[in-house]
Design a protein around this ligand. Sequence first.
Ligand code: ADP
Length: 182
Amino acid sequence: MMRIGDCAIVLTTGDLTAAAVDAIVNAANHSLLGGGGVDGAIHRKGGPAILAACRRIRAEEWPDGLPTGRAVITTAGNLPARHVIHTVGPVYSRDPDVPRLLAACHENSLALARAHDLRTVAFPAISTGVYGYPLAEAAPIALGATAAHLARHPGTLSEVRFVLFDAPAYAAFAAALAALPL
Ligand code: ADP
């Protein structure tokens, strides 16, 4: 756990879909129409209301799909969370833009949460599954972008939680949190 002003950054292991927070963040893809991994679990457990909201966003705002690094918000359907913030992580590569895009996922998701007056947000380890981002590289970017955002924008958020699916993911985030420059 680390405090940035009034906000706690918390690491846990487990299933993101069980998190009873104001918003869970989905590691979505451009289509917003569902996929594997955490995205599949969110749509499966949250029910059709999430997909219906995503289809509306595609029709009204992003006809060609949500660009990498951007974020949108929908209902969480039947999940214990109130909302789902959908963001598209970068596919891992040596492209120098990739770390900036992973940071942007976190910044834009947190900005959207603040814009909706949400206090508690839970993230998965975005891009570290099918998108191939090594945990040891993703964790400091995710946590660094989050800490910097909270330092710049104090007030609204009280908890940002990272729900890590397994022990290696938790270990990578714990090491990165301990090493975070203050
Ligand atoms: P991406 O396409 O962004 O890589 P994935 O869903 O494939 O997204 O994986 C992102 C991370 O989410 C991985 O570390 C994976 O282990 C984890 N994950 C998968 N299912 C869940 C879940 N139900 N709760 C939390 N994390 C999950």
